[in-house]
Design a protein around this ligand. Structure first.
Ligand code: 13P
Length: 252
């Protein structure tokens, strides 16, 4: 049984004060839902403040990125150990990081390993662009991202990760993937790749989320699929009613 998982990726939104206000509004509704792993991923400056607000509650905290080195002269970067004092999760290889900050499968792999060494749970993002989809390259791209991003992990390490399938063309566009189409990618590309790397048991145990224009209205379409275990939510995670509706829908 894979426990349903819903994470809100706030991206570069919300000051510390605004973050606290949003979390205060979300808390009663989030606390009311049990049986779903619920995670908030605010920007770095808000992590400490949000961690104090949700301390002791059944709500997880995640960062949106990290560096693979443990410490040193890397101006502007943040290490796994720094995140670990506040968070349980870290998003790695989001398509916006790949697109605007030159992240590759190789840097994703280094980050995933560093996160796991610090006992953080990496939420590893994969997904094809519109051009790749139109060129019929979805399988090739997604399989490569999973294989190279997770290269060298032990089976035990692999069992701890979460994968988010986020087709780039669906992110922030309002054009979500169809539930069945997203499920096909997870079932026919992502899980078989996990199986070839780590065995069938691990492939069936790893949670795989869908991300890309998920809303309160369409969330159930994804959660009703056989192989989708939750959502990585962008825009709608900043809206109290929408995000709570998505979390409730995850209790399928
Ligand atoms: P949207 O939900 O805004 O499309 O963003 C999805 C996403 O990128 C989550 O990481």
């Amino acid at each position: 049984m894979r426990k349903p998982f819903v994470a809100g990726n706030w991206k570069m939104n919300k000051t510390v004060k605004e973050s606290l206000a949003l979390v205060r509004d979300l808390l009663p509704g989030m606390e009311a839902v049990t049986g779903v792993e619920k995670v908030l991923c605010p920007p770095f400056p808000s992590l400490f403040a949000v961690s104090t607000l949700i301390s002791g509650l059944d709500i997880g905290l995640g960062a949106q990125n990290m560096h693979w080195e443990a410490s040193g002269a890397y101006t502007g970067e943040v290490s796994a150990n720094m995140i670990k004092e506040l968070c349980q999760y870290v998003i790695i290889g989001h398509s916006e990081r790949r697109q605007y900050f030159a992240e590759t499968d190789q840097t994703v792999n280094r980050k995933v390993k560093a996160a796991l060494s610090a006992e953080l749970i990496p939420i590893v993002c994969v997904g094809e662009t519109l051009e790749q989809k139109q060129a019929g390259q979805t399988a090739g791209v997604v399989i490569r991202q999973v294989r190279d991003g997770l290269q060298g992990l032990t089976s035990v390490e692999a069992s701890r990760i979460v994968i988010a399938y986020e087709p780039v063309w669906a992110i922030g566009t309002g054009l979500a993937s169809g539930g069945q189409d997203a499920n096909d990618v997870v079932k026919d590309m992502i899980r078989p790749t996990l199986a070839s790397l780590f065995g069938e048991n691990i492939a069936q145990a790893v949670r795989v989320l869908y991300g890309g224009s998920v809303t309160g209205k369409n969330a159930a379409e994804f959660f009703n699929q056989s192989d989708i275990d939750g959502a990585l939510v962008g825009g709608a995670s900043l809206k109290v009613d929408d995000f709570l509706q998505i979390i409730k829908a995850a209790l399928k």
